[in-house]
Design a protein around this ligand. Structure first.
Ligand code: ADP
Ligand code: MG
Length: 456
């Protein structure tokens, strides 16, 4: 009886947590007791036990209950046999590919990586102009061939697909090159593991573990800025892997040079490989993503009654980030299945009123002036004042350019907000920046950063 319920729950959990999570975290669990409303599981390692109890306990409990076993509480214990440390395994060059792959699965939990989201694959990633370069670079890395650029540095604003691409690389590599040790984790987890190793006096193990990896992916690396000892360790790990020609993939919310409090030597190391950015989405990409999601929904749940033009409406109105866009669509699907009738534009507007209102936020010329002044360390009053020295005139022109491109204001209106300047002055400023942008990399970077800051 006990095992039947767990068998059923296990099957359901594959769907609930995704295949990868399941194989990595749930499958290795052993149910050792189920009585008095308490289910006891044995996990192969302490790290696994902690991870599973933090991340999957609730889902396990739910699915046990659904399978007919009322469970109030779940306890996770650590199995007493000590698993082989990863460093030893990596030292054995004679093993065959299959044996290595089997070992990899068996001691996967010893890798301190984060679980992968099974939905984040290349198949589900919609490619458009804003992300085509990042996508192509990620594909190249996922082939698992000899490293051509190291590291691959992906950067861009929130919700533009950095994590999705990194997971996609990991999934792809697991299929194509199962013998490779692919480790994905966030910079925050890297720090957490490092601090834990310091505390438990296992820094050598920590070092060995990271140096035995074939592909290292660290997400949101801006997190370690200002954290000195973590940076130091990261730098050494990074160098050790690059020296061995191991592929590294890094993501951040901005370009390496723009990350404050990151050591110069790390910045320059990060810049050595291929640095690609994910641009803010455009209308076509947003529509493509929505269409893909709607199709996936239909494939899974059958028909979905939605009036024409709804997806176009959403792609047009929700311009912030893909996560928000997805959230809107998910809510709409839930709504559609509840009301059981066709979703019209009116219904959609009702159902998504709060999201639509939030993305309506208009960027003002004053905000632009303030951000630009801040960025270039000049006074806000100089934005509208008469000074013509380059150090002030240039930022002013940048603000004019952004005002033209990020608001719907006309040139005369913009002129008025810049201390009553003529519209031809504004036009000149905008043109000047357009011209410079093409040849001046630093300026181009500044503009992107300012745009992101303003859109955030
Ligand atoms: P980031 O790490 O850059 O903040 P994520 O990778 O977490 O962003 O993406 C946020 C959400 O948007 C995820 O659910 C992801 O699947 C989705 N997403 C982003 N870009 C795309 C894309 N081009 N195609 C499909 N889904 C996307
Ligand atoms: Mg992310």
């Amino acid at each position: 009886m006990t095992n039947d319920s767990w068998g059923q729950a296990r099957n359901d959990l594959i769907k609930a947590v995704g295949k990868n999570n399941f194989v990595t975290w749930i499958e290795p669990l052993r149910l050792i007791g189920l009585e008095g409303g308490i289910a006891r599981f044995e996990a192969p390692t302490k790290f696994m036990r902690d991870w599973v109890s933090r991340n999957f306990a609730e889902q396990i409990r739910t699915h046990l209950s659904l399978a007919g076993k009322a469970v109030d509480r779940i306890e996770f214990l650590v199995a007493s046999t000590r698993p082989v440390p990863i460093a030893q395994i990596a030292d054995r060059p004679t093993r065959t590919r299959t044996a290595l792959a089997a070992a990899r699965v068996a001691d996967e939990p010893e890798l301190p990586g984060a679980p992968l989201d099974s939905r984040f694959t290349f198949d589900t990633f919609v490619v458009g102009k804003p992300n085509e370069l990042a996508h192509a670079a990620a594909r190249r890395v996922a082939e698992g061939g000899p490293t051509t650029f190291n590291p691959l540095f992906l950067y861009g604003g929130v919700g533009l697909g950095k994590t999705h691409l990194m997971h996609a690389i990991a999934h792809e590599l697991r299929t194509r090159r199962p013998e490779l040790r692919v480790l994905y984790l966030s910079a925050e987890q890297f720090m957490y593991r490092f601090i834990q190793a310091l505390r438990e006096k296992q820094v050598m193990d920590f070092k060995e573990m990271f140096r035995a990896v074939d592909v290292l992916m660290v997400d949101d690396v801006q997190f370690i800025a200002g954290k000195d000892s973590t940076q130091e360790e990261f730098f050494h790990t990074f160098n050790a892997l690059v020296d061995q020609n191991k592929q590294i993939v890094i993501s951040a919310d901005r370009a390496p040079g723009e990350i404050k409090d990151l050591e110069e030597r790390i910045k320059s190391r990060l810049q050595c490989g291929l640095v690609v950015d994910l641009h803010p989405t455009d209308y076509e990409l947003r529509l493509g993503i929505l269409q893909q999601k709607a199709e996936a929904y239909r494939a899974q749940h059958g028909n979905l009654k939605m009036a024409d033009g709804i997806l176009e409406f959403l792609a047009h109105r929700i311009t912030t980030n893909v996560r928000v866009l997805e959230g809107a669509l998910t809510r709409l699907f839930a709504f559609a299945s509840l009301v059981g009738r066709e979703i019209t534009l009116d219904l959609a507007q009702d159902c998504l009123a709060d999201i639509l209102r939030a993305s309506e936020r208009k960027i003002t010329i004053e905000e632009i002036q303030r951000k630009v002044a801040e960025h270039y360390n000049i006074r806000l009053s100089d934005m509208i004042g008469p000074k013509r020295v380059r150090t002030i005139a240039r930022p002013r022109q940048i603000a004019m350019y952004l005002a033209k491109n990020m608001t719907t204001r006309s040139l005369p209106e913009i002129g008025r907000r810049f201390g009553g300047r003529d519209h031809t002055t504004i036009m000149h400023g905008v043109r000047k920046i357009e011209e410079l942008k093409a040849s001046d990399n630093q300026l181009d970077e500044d503009l992107k950063l300012l745009r992101r800051l303003l859109e955030a």
